[in-house]
Design a protein around this ligand. Structure first.
Ligand SMILES: [Fe+2]
Ligand SMILES: [Fe+2]
Length: 276
């Protein structure tokens, strides 16, 4: 069976569908070996409503993967672990680092709301900076340690550093790789490590062609010239994989990629299922 990947939460919902939209991200990944969630979106109301539209309850999944700590990806972890105590949970160990957003000089906590102790008690916790096989054929990328290309940064994101602050290094940022007969599907959370850095890491680690990329690519602040570079690399290095872009991709990035790559580029609001 070809894996079936459904966007459960995105900033927007598919037109005419019963899915709800909310700033955040979650994907449901189903293979013939089981199913996994990537992220939980922001609120339990939207997450549970949209997951329920698939006829699913959190107890029906075999694993939860967290792409990174931000609240718009981990906001419903608490309720998921209440509904499914002991759920296998996969993430980078760096997900435990507190993270903040600075606006007008004020720092607001935007990280994971659960501590290491709570996660140890309530989940079957798997934290590793190296790739982990979550289900047969479904992997975490592990840490994207080589980042020669620009990262998917926000000028607002900071972590505490001694008595002060420093820009968030986004070491927690991972994506998911799903193996299919045709090649690899890369499912991204926010891609703070940078889309091209993530793809190069996947190519080095998994040695198979990338046939599709889904999720948030954090190109919303990228310069126009860089977006053309991304389009060229996607076409020339990766053979123009299918792109299902959402969340933090940005409208300008979407337009430039769609103009350059045509029918390969699709939106991916909540309720989008791949393959159609
Ligand atoms: Fe995000
Ligand atoms: Fe994020």
């Amino acid at each position: 069976m070809m894996p079936k990947i459904t966007c459960i939460v995105d900033n927007t919902a598919r037109r005419g569908s019963p899915f709800w939209g909310e700033h955040g991200l979650s994907f449901h990944i189903e293979t013939d070996q089981g199913c996994a969630l990537l992220d939980t979106g922001r609120s339990e109301a939207v997450f549970l409503h949209n997951l329920g539209l698939l006829g699913k309850h959190p107890r029906d999944v075999d694993a939860l993967i967290l792409s990174h700590a931000h609240y718009d990806h981990t906001g419903a972890v608490d309720v998921v672990l209440s509904l499914y105590p002991g759920l296998p949970l996969f993430a980078s160990p760096e997900i435990l680092r507190p993270r903040f957003s600075r606006r007008e000089g004020k720092y607001k906590f935007i990280g994971l709301s659960l501590s290491r102790e709570e996660l140890d008690q309530r989940a079957d916790l798997h934290l590793s900076a190296t790739p982990m096989e979550v289900l047969p054929g479904v992997w975490t990328t592990g840490e994207i340690s080589q980042r020669p290309e620009p990262q998917g940064r926000s000028e607002h994101h900071f972590v505490p550093d001694g008595d002060g602050w420093r820009p968030d290094p986004y070491q927690d940022d991972i994506s998911v790789v799903v193996e299919t007969e045709k090649g690899l599907i890369v499912v991204c959370g926010c891609c703070h490590a940078g889309l091209l850095n993530t793809l190069a890491h996947v190519a080095r680690t998994f040695h198979r062609p990338i046939v599709a990329i889904l999720g948030g690519t954090h190109l919303l602040d990228a310069e126009e010239a860089y977006l053309h570079h991304v389009a060229n690399v996607l076409r020339d290095t990766y053979g123009a994989p299918d792109l299902y872009l959402n969340h933090c991709t940005g409208e300008r990035a979407y337009a430039i990629l769609a103009n350059a790559l045509g029918d390969q580029v699709h939106p991916c609001p909540a309720g989008t299922a791949w393959p159609f």
